[in-house]
Design a protein around this ligand. Structure first.
Ligand code: ZN
Length: 188
């Protein structure tokens, strides 16, 4: 992963007390995670940070919109993001794994990097099924999937078995993958 340091808080110099931080989340973040779950987007992350001697307590709110692949038609689909969460950072020489609530950091660190936390929070906030609103799907794509019935899917797969996959040209392979995806989604 490419190192981006846009979402860091330099807390070392902060006195005990409360602070606000705002981050603009843009394509650079999704690019850093290879645009796998999220293709692009624009969100605002607001962090309310309470600093004390032994820990940082953060309330994080993320709102905005991201673009995912539609589960139904595979075209770009805008999804609203609305996330609220808490994160506690404790300082200790003994570093434990992040357990979803407490993040451990060495007292020698002076920057808190929220890149991973912000990215994962956005992904977690997304609905399980990501689809366009009713009528919003690309009708050409939907028609193409309807034409390719399940029998056809089986035929392509059978041919692939016979000819040891090599017979699948790129076009068929793509259709097969799209169909598999569609069928998996529709049976869930
Ligand atoms: Zn769609």
């Amino acid at each position: 992963m490419e190192q981006i340091r846009l979402y860091t808080i330099a807390y070392k110099g902060l006195k005990n007390g409360s602070y606000d931080f705002d981050f603009q989340v843009d394509d650079a973040l999704f690019e850093a995670y290879d645009r796998i779950e999220i293709k692009s987007g624009s969100c605002q992350a607001h962090v309310d940070l309470k600093r004390s001697e032994t820990m940082l307590e953060l309330s994080v709110d993320i709102t905005g919109e991201v673009i995912c692949e539609c589960d139904r038609c595979l075209e770009d689909c805008p999804i609203a993001v609305d996330y609220s969460g808490e994160l506690v950072v404790k300082f200790s020489d003994e570093i434990n794994d992040y357990d979803g609530e407490v993040l451990w950091m060495s007292p020698s660190e002076d920057m808190l990097d929220l890149t991973q936390y912000i990215y994962e929070s956005i992904v977690l906030s997304l609905p399980y099924r990501r689809v366009h609103e009713e009528g919003g799907c690309n009708p050409e794509m939907l028609a193409a999937f309807t034409e390719l019935s399940e029998e056809e899917f089986e035929r392509i797969e059978a041919e692939a078995d016979e000819d040891e996959v090599v017979a699948l040209d790129d076009h068929n392979r793509e259709l097969l993958e799209q169909l598999k995806k569609q069928m998996e989604k529709s049976t869930k």
